[in-house]
Design a protein. Structure first.
Length: 462
């Protein structure tokens, strides 16, 4: 399975998956009004300055005010507290770093950084001495600093020039809107949400993009034609069997939402997020991967590393992560595990710090929090062996199954949806059924079953 992006549209949801030879590597979702706003630029108004937190709450037009720490405020006097850096009522340009924790809104910064495909623009950072990118900066009159985002630039210089030009146009549009309004709102909305979601998943190399949804295909075709001509020829429309099922993404996604991850050799990972940290237990599962206890422990641990790193990235686990490897007495074995773990995370864009694996096998990682955990889009709880789905996610899953059933039914009969009381209420209170009918031409027959679990539902022929 070569590297590629898969885009699948269904009622109320668009899912974007990046797959590689190991299967599902990353996934993003677009649902209604809920978006991943990391990287978006806002005009914000300071609502409250809280010296005790050394932070301020900034209204950016979202439901909850954003959270701006003193260290995230662009200011030459780095030692000043928040009350010397901003004041209540002040209007400022801010960028979302990612979702906040608890009841806090977006984490914000005033140190704006725009990401293109190959280049990054920091408009408020003083330019460095002449470097390889200085000609591009001068050619397009770009403010601040221009930096490479990939280790290897594209072979075609025209792609770099196009990227620099697009960054300049994007910043100019932000400045123009900033000068036209002082209302708290999203400024950087020039790209469609689908493009914004896909952009971080594209590397320096042009990836094939396979799309099963007509509207999504049209959006991406328009964007590629103007801003990514090297990808335009690799954009393809899918019309065969279910895209995510046939590519194994559905199976990999189910694994990424499960507590237990099976390993090829018979072992398993047990992943349990808690309030303070994420606990990962490496279990041999009673298998014997080696001729003796030492080689068995080493084999299982080394095999677990590949799955562990993939699951941490895919699940977007962050903060403290405690990994309980199978006990290894020999220092050389512990060193091998440590080196492989460090090498794997060295390729990760998200900063991860770790200490050497000690004799008792408990490795502790500290991973930067950048995006919402994957489970937050799907699950209400994950403590038990059977995860409990959020009602919205359960309803969308059911409608996706119903669309699949209609595609497989030559008569295109309206499916029967037998659902829990909670799912039925969500369907009746939203526009999902109308959207479903517009997409498929039929309206499902929804039947409530009060005996079903809250997140349950099933599809059948009429």
């Amino acid at each position: 399975m070569s590297n590629r992006l898969l885009v699948s549209g269904s009622t109320g949801e668009i899912r974007i998956a990046r797959v590689d030879d190991g299967g599902l590597a990353d996934i993003a979702l677009l649902r209604g009004q809920r978006q991943d706003l990391a990287g978006r630029v806002f005009i914000g108004r300071v609502q409250r300055v809280v010296p005790a937190l050394d932070a301020a709450f900034v209204h950016v037009g979202q439901e909850a005010d954003g959270f701006l720490t003193a260290s995230a405020v662009r200011n030459e006097a780095a030692k000043q507290g928040i009350n010397r850096r901003v004041h209540e009522g002040e209007v400022m340009l801010v960028q979302a770093l990612g979702p906040g924790s608890g009841d806090k809104g977006l984490r914000l910064t005033t140190q704006i950084s725009l990401r293109g495909r190959f280049l990054g623009l920091q408009p408020f950072t003083p330019p460095r001495e002449e470097d390889a990118l200085a000609p591009l900066r001068h050619r397009f009159d770009l403010p601040g600093t221009l930096t490479p985002l990939t280790k290897a630039p594209p072979e075609e210089a025209a792609l770099l020039r196009l990227d620099a030009e697009n960054l300049g146009q994007r910043w100019a549009a932000i400045e123009q809107r900033r000068n036209e309004t002082d209302l708290a709102e999203l400024l950087d909305e020039g790209e469609p949400d689908l493009v914004h979601a896909i952009r971080p998943m594209l590397g320096a190399d042009a990836l094939p993009i396979v799309v099963d949804d007509a509207e999504s295909f049209a959006i991406l075709h328009g964007w590629c034609s103007v801003q990514a001509p090297d990808i335009a020829a690799l954009l393809a429309r899918h019309s065969g069997p279910d895209l995510f099922e046939s590519s194994g993404v559905e199976t990999d996604l189910a694994t990424a939402l499960a507590r237990i991850v099976p390993l090829p050799g018979g072992g398993r990972l047990i992943i349990e997020p808690t309030e303070g940290l994420v606990s990962v237990d490496v279990d041999s599962g009673g298998g014997t991967a080696g001729p003796d206890r030492r080689s068995n422990a080493r084999s299982v641990n080394m095999e677990a590393l590949t799955a562990l790193v993939r699951q941490i990235r895919l699940r977007r686990l962050a903060g403290l992560i405690a990994v309980d490897f199978i006990h290894m007495r020999h220092p050389s074995d512990r060193k091998a595990v440590t080196e492989k773990l460090e090498a794997a995370f060295a390729q990760d864009e998200v900063t991860t710090r770790m200490a050497p694996v000690p004799a008792f096998g408990l490795a502790v990682l500290n991973r930067q929090r950048v995006r919402e955990p994957l489970a937050s889009w799907f699950l209400q709880s994950q403590a038990d062996a059977t995860p409990v789905w959020q009602i919205e996610a359960a309803a969308l899953r059911l409608l996706r199954d119903a669309e699949r059933a209609i595609r497989n039914d030559r008569a295109r009969r309206a499916p029967v949806l037998r659902v829990s009381t909670a799912v039925a209420a969500h369907l009746s209170q939203s526009d999902l059924l109308k959207t479903f009918e517009a997409r498929t031409g039929v309206l499902p027959d929804v039947r409530t079953d009060a005996t079903m679990a809250a997140d349950a539902g099933e599809t059948s022929a009429s």
